[in-house]
Design a protein around this ligand. Structure first.
Ligand SMILES: C[S@@+](CC[C@H](N)C(=O)[O-])C[C@H]1O[C@@H](n2cnc3c(N)ncnc32)[C@H](O)[C@@H]1O
Length: 391
């Protein structure tokens, strides 16, 4: 069926000739008829859940991390949290609620800036500013920049390695009117920063190449003068990323909680995402003055702030229902969300190891967590036919 997004891509190719996969993904996701214009993207009625949607404990731990960083920076005021790719602002609202419970001094100095290419609708909240954009303004703020599953949603080039040569995938239209892939040779030298040193063993490899990280860090650098960048996403270190084991498995689609691998299906109705090469992130960040302060699996990071202890206590107390405990456990399950990566970088802050910072952190006893709301999976009723897909 010809969806509006499919028609727009077809017309672009008719007008301008074959387009790179990156342009295809840009139109399929972010044009005026693209996937991210759909109302229901997140949650039970949408296509996937992310960590903030599981339970507000995730946001509470993010809030703890921000509070630790704020204290380590000598409690500056005003203080900003900037979240790019804030989605439906679930994380933003819960982090603010958690900080209001945790630390009134921080709360009163805090503004949370949510930036997203989608329009974000929220009820009045004097601490939240909404910006609809694909980048941050040059705020030059002090604070914390955070993103969860942002980078995986950036349009990427797709490459294939054949006989030590690298080809970029373009999309054209064949004589039957269907989209077809066209492989265009590219100069290896132009992509040295993104590729592994040896490509001999990668004959037949296919995977995404995100070449926009320098621009991204340059933009964050203009927005954040002093503070930390917390990047949470799924992906691998370069050695694993560029391996035959991961070949053809790094570009994924999501539709109604089921994952797939064909970006040419359901154009405009399904999400398309690409795993992240974390070595590129570290490298690009470094160029713009962001030094690595910590690199963890999501499970390690959450546990460093007490999630594992909290779960043990919940199980021992038997006060929470088992379904809630199982959902929260998904956050630090290494075979699922817990296997995501958390990269923490600092700019113009005393260089330290986040592991030391977090070693004594725990949600203070006696304090409530933020309320579970309708957007959270722990509150959702699961239809019988529904397959759980967390990202
Ligand atoms: C996979 S969703 C994640 C949403 C949210 N962070 C969460 O965890 O539920 C990715 C979000 O990033 C947004 N996005 C993608 N590229 C962006 C950009 N350059 N600037 C701002 N938002 C962007 C998309 O519109 C989408 O809402």
């Amino acid at each position: 069926m010809n969806s509006p997004a499919r028609s727009l891509i077809g017309q672009t190719i008719v007008d301008d000739g074959p387009i790179s996969f990156e342009t295809f993904m840009e139109i399929a996701l972010y044009s005026e008829v693209g996937y991210y214009r759909n109302e229901d993207v997140f949650g039970i009625a949408g296509d996937y859940y992310t960590s903030p949607h599981i339970h507000p404990i995730f946001a509470s731990i993010c809030a703890l991390q921000v509070e630790k960083m704020w204290k380590a920076m000598d409690q500056p005021a005003p203080f900003f949290i900037m979240e790019q790719g804030a989605g439906d602002a679930t994380l933003a609202k819960d982090v603010l609620e958690a900080i209001s419970i945790l630390n009134q001094d921080l709360y009163s100095s805090l503004t949370y800036i949510c930036v997203d290419r989608r329009k974000i609708e929220i009820d009045d909240n004097s601490h939240i500013e909404i910006v609809q954009s694909n980048q941050l303004e040059p705020f030059h703020r002090t604070g914390v920049f955070i993103s969860n599953e942002l980078i995986d949603s950036f349009p990427v080039k797709m490459i294939e390695i054949r006989d030590r040569k690298i080809f970029e995938i373009y999309v054209g239209i064949n004589s039957r009117g269907s989209f077809e892939e066209i492989l265009v040779p590219i100069a290896i030298d132009d992509y040295m920063d993104f590729l592994p040193s040896k490509i001999e063993q990668l004959n037949g490899y296919r995977g995404p190449l995100n070449t926009k990280m320098d621009d991204w860090y340059s933009n964050i650098s203009d927005a954040l003068n002093c503070g930390f960048v917390i990047t949470i996403d799924y992906g691998f270190d370069r050695e694993v990323f560029f391996s035959m084991e991961k070949s053809h498995r790094l570009l994924q689609t999501y539709y109604k909680h089921v994952d797939g691998s064909n970006p040419f299906q359901r154009i405009g109705s399904q999400d398309i995402t690409a795993h992240v090469d974390f070595d590129t992130l570290k490298q690009s960040g470094h160029k713009y003055g962001f030094k690595e302060c910590g690199y963890f699996s999501q499970a390690e990071w959450l546990n460093s702030m007490g999630l594992d202890k909290l779960l043990c206590k919940m199980r021992a107390d038997g006060l929470e229902n088992r379904n809630t405990i199982n959902l929260i456990s998904a956050l630090n399950d290494i075979s699922g969300l817990g296997g995501f990566k958390v990269l923490i970088q600092g700019k113009n802050v005393e260089h330290f190891d986040v592991r030391d910072l977090n070693s004594d952190v725990f949600w203070p006893p006696g304090l409530e967590f933020p309320q579970v709301k309708n957007v959270h999976m722990s509150n959702a009723r699961k239809p019988e036919t529904w397959e759980t897909n967390f990202f």
